[in-house]
Design a binder for this molecule. Structure first.
Ligand code: SF4
Length: 189
């Protein structure tokens, strides 16, 4: 009978540990089955790169207690790279920022701000930058002719590997509608 990697880890490795150590109770508590028993499990996608590996997230009382590869997912079939394997540390990390922190120009201190304040501030800055740097026409250096360009080079848009197809489409449409010519992907930087 073929034994999958998951079945081996759940059964074979535990049995081997019991046989070798003789510490039945301790080994059983360490098994993956015992660790996630009775917990709520939800499936999601790793946010780190465009491979889009499937994850199973186990929670208890709304708190993430375990994240592992989804064996049912067609892309990764349970496997994760080292970044994906460490996702648990992203969810549970006392150093993770969960509020907007703002440092004013010239200041040496960060102060806490609301999300509404941040959105307002970003919108104002984008509008101000676009209005100040927008060019309708430009002379081409090669042929010295004037061309219609309708663009701003005063800001750039940066996409991320966590975006799906539809989000990428909307992101690039939004950038182009603003006249942004410099649109890049985080993985190329
Ligand atoms: S687990 Fe690794 S390979 Fe898979 S999506 Fe996340 S970062 Fe990419």
């Amino acid at each position: 009978m073929a034994v999958s990697r998951r079945e081996f880890l759940q059964g074979g490795a535990v049995a081997a540990a019991l046989a070798l150590s003789g510490k039945k109770a301790e080994a059983a508590v360490d098994s993956p089955l015992m660790r996630t028993k009775g917990l709520k499990s939800s499936t999601t996608i790793c946010p780190f790169c465009a491979v889009g590996c499937g994850l199973v997230v186990h929670t208890k009382g709304g708190k993430v207690v375990n994240i592992e590869g989804d064996t049912e997912h067609p892309i990764n079939q349970g496997a994760l790279c080292s970044k994906g394997s460490a996702l648990f540390q992203v969810a549970n990390n006392e150093r993770r920022l969960q509020k907007v922190m703002y440092r004013a120009p010239g200041s040496d201190k960060f102060v806490e701000k609301s999300w509404d304040w941040a959105m307002e501030r970003i919108s104002e800055k984008m509008k101000e930058t676009r209005d100040r740097t927008f060019k309708a026409k430009e002379i081409n250096k090669k042929d010295s002719k004037e061309y219609l360009v309708n663009r701003t080079e005063g800001m750039a848009f940066l996409g991320g590997a966590g975006l799906d197809n539809e989000e990428c489409y909307l992101w690039s449409k939004f950038a182009r509608s603003m006249g942004v010519a410099n649109l890049e992907h985080q993985a190329r930087i």
